[in-house]
Structure formats: structure tokens, C-alpha cells
Design a protein around this ligand. Structure first.
Ligand SMILES: Nc1ncnc2c1ncn2[C@@H]1O[C@H](COP(=O)(O)OP(=O)(O)OP(=O)(O)O)[C@@H](O)[C@H]1O
Ligand SMILES: [Mg+2]
Length: 319
């Protein structure tokens, strides 16, 4: 039995405000399973539908169509059973400012019927670097510390499935490392992990399998290694102060002075270099590297939409 199963899930948000606005299809027939013990990544640009899918999984939003199950329990019909199997770290920081950290964790334990949970709470606090904050009020914590508490809260009932919605947004390098060590250790013990992140190097390092969402549709569902192996082979990386010739500029990813140009192989690398020389572009710190997950992501997101039927145009008839 899969740990999580999404079957033909759609979500339509009704049009807000003035009439005439179209309803928004945030999820469009999303289907995939996550197996027990997997470390799975859900990727996609802002607004792709990741949090909507997680909200439906958590029972916080209702799917317009389709079924979602956690360890076989339907998130609507068997809400409490499904919820017990899930630990969810939400994208938004929500907390009760009047609780201390320990009180918040005890309260959350109580929600799951666990009344003597302090040994595990202590383990969570020290594992997440919060031991010295146990008696601090939630409102006295910094943003990154609040996020740590949210992670601890999600784990109080030792859920077999852990869902993290952008847990490292706004989090310093040290906590990121602590968090990943902690979550990876749980995954090694058999916990299933579903992660969304915009840090693609994190996804590449951690996730065995990935789904990519674009405008509510799954446009890729693959093992991370397969995605990387199928990508355009290389990327030409360099720095420059000059403008690129237009035909290269169209393909390049530019970040300040840094230019990254995809290249399918040695012949294209040579062609790119020749074009740069001819255009008088002065190139510094030239490197040729293998495509990484960010390159794959950009390729897939920029590719023409899949599964859309060819436009049935009547233009020929009309003109
Ligand atoms: N409660 C809501 N009512 C109406 N529209 C919503 C609601 N929640 C989300 N949306 C819309 O649904 C789409 C998907 O949003 P969602 O939050 O799922 O994206 P996301 O992939 O999590 O993005 P991000 O990376 O920015 O977190 C967006 O167009 C968003 O504006
Ligand atoms: Mg989101």
C-alpha cells in the first residue's frame, strides 16, 4: 500500500470578487503515489499548486474531484486516521503567541491523545536545537526558531509520513543542515518524507523521486537520477561584462555577471564558444559542467505544454 496516494485530484477555486472573472483551476487531474519509506520531492514554480495539494492531503481543503489516501485512509472519510499518520510542517508560520515552546508541543501531543510525551518532546527539542528555548514564549522566538517549533509540532506523534512545505524558506545555513540531518535520520528509520522546496540543490541531494507541477498539472514524475540523466548533457558556465549575441541570449540563464548556456554536447559547446568569440564577448572563469536539477527544472518549465491537443484552428477557413 502506498504511503500517500493522489488519484485524479482537481481543485477549482471559485472566482473571487467581480463577476466575469474565471474560476481558478489550481489542480488539474493530479495522480501519483508515494511509496512507504520514500523521500519524495514536489517541485514547481510559485502558484503551481503545491500547497493546495498539501492542504487537501492535510484535510484543510477539499478537493473538487478525486481521492487522496494516507496509508489507505481517505483524508475525507477517515480524517482522523489519515491525520494520525501525517506530520505536516506548513508553509505559513502559524502559532499561539501565548504558549511557551514546551506548552505548544504538549498541547499538540494532547490533540493526538498523548499525555506523557515529554521524553520525545525533549528529544525533538535537542535534535532541532531548541533545548534552551523550551520555556520561551512563542512570540519571543526569531522566525527561524518558530519554524523549528513547527517542525517539532509536526513530529510530536511520531507520524510515519512527514510533509514539509518549504521548511527551509528564510532559514539559516546551520538550521538547514540540522533539519536535513534530522529528517534524513527519520527517513532512514522508515518514515516517508514529502518535501516541497524552491532550493533545487536540496531536492537533488535529498529526494529519490520527484514530481514537478506546472499550473496544477504533473509535467514530470521520475526518479531524480533519471531526470538528471535525461537532461541536456552540459552547461557552459562563465562570467562576462558584455552583452551576449541575441541567439545565445535567448537560450542563456543570466544571473548578474554569470551566464549559463545549455549545450547538448562537444559540438554545441564549440559552436557557443565560436559565437562568443565572434561577438567579442570577453569570457572569464569558463567552466563546463553537467546539467543539474535547476537546469532540468528550467527546461521542463519552459517546454511547451504537454497533453494539450494541437490547436484546432479555424484560421485557415476564415482568412
Ligand atoms: N484559498 C484560495 N483561494 C483562491 N485561490 C487560491 C487559494 N489558495 C491558493 N490559491 C491559488 O491557487 C494557485 C496555487 O496556489 P498554491 O498556494 O497551491 O501554490 P504553490 O505551488 O504552493 O506556490 P508557492 O511556491 O508560492 O508556495 C495560485 O494561483 C493561488 O493564487
Ligand atoms: Mg506553497
Amino acid at each position: 500500500m502506498p504511503a500517500i496516494s493522489f488519484q485524479s485530484v482537481s481543485k477549482v477555486y471559485p472566482a473571487a470578487g467581480k463577476s466575469g472573472a474565471a474560476p481558478l483551476k489550481a489542480l488539474d487531474n493530479v495522480s501519483f503515489d508515494i511509496e512507504e519509506g520514500e523521500f519524495f520531492g514536489l517541485l514547481g514554480p510559485n502558484g503551481a499548486g503545491k500547497t493546495t495539494l498539501i492542504s487537501i492531503l492535510a484535510g484543510l481543503a477539499r478537493a473538487t474531484a478525486g481521492t487522496v489516501k494516507v496509508h489507505g485512509y481517505d483524508v475525507q472519510q477517515d480524517f482522523m486516521q489519515a491525520r494520525r499518520h501525517l506530520g505536516i510542517v506548513p508553509q505559513e508560520l502559524v502559532f499561539d503567541p501565548f504558549f511557551t515552546v514546551r506548552e505548544a508541543l504538549r498541547f499538540q501531543s494532547g490533540y493526538f491523545g498523548l499525555h506523557r510525551n515529554d521524553d520525545w518532546i525533549d528529544e525533538l527539542l535537542s535534535g532541532l536545537g531548541l533545548a534552551d528555548k523550551a520555556r520561551a514564549n512563542m512570540r519571543q522566538l526569531s522566525g527561524g526558531m518558530k519554524r523549528r517549533v513547527l517542525v517539532a509540532q509536526a513530529l510530536v506523534h511520531k507520524p510515519p509520513v512527514i510533509v514539509l512545505d518549504e521548511p527551509t524558506a528564510g532559514v539559516d545555513v546551520e538550521l538547514r543542515q540540522t533539519l536535513w540531518q534530522f529528517v534524513a535520520a527519520l527517513n532512514r528509520k522508515g518514515h516517508t518524507v514529502l518535501l516541497t522546496t524552491h532550493y533545487l540543490e536540496e531536492a537533488e541531494a535529498l529526494c529519490q523521486r520527484l514530481a514537478m507541477l506546472k499550473k496544477g498539472q504533473v509535467i514530470a514524475l521520475e526518479r531524480t537520477s533519471t531526470l538528471l540523466n535525461n537532461a541536456t548533457a552540459n552547461v557552459l558556465y562563465f562570467k562576462t561584462d558584455n552583452a551576449l549575441p541575441p541567439e545565445l541570449a535567448a537560450q542563456a540563464r543570466t544571473t548578474g555577471r554569470i551566464v549559463e548556456l545549455p549545450a547538448s554536447g562537444p559540438a554545441e559547446i564549440e559552436a557557443h564558444l565560436a559565437a562568443l568569440r565572434q561577438a567579442g564577448v570577453a569570457v572569464e572563469d569558463l567552466e563546463i559542467r553537467k546539467a543539474d536539477l535547476e537546469d532540468v527544472f528550467i527546461q521542463l518549465m519552459n517546454a511547451p505544454a504537454i497533453a494539450t491537443p494541437p490547436p484546432t484552428t479555424t484560421a485557415g477557413v476564415l482568412s
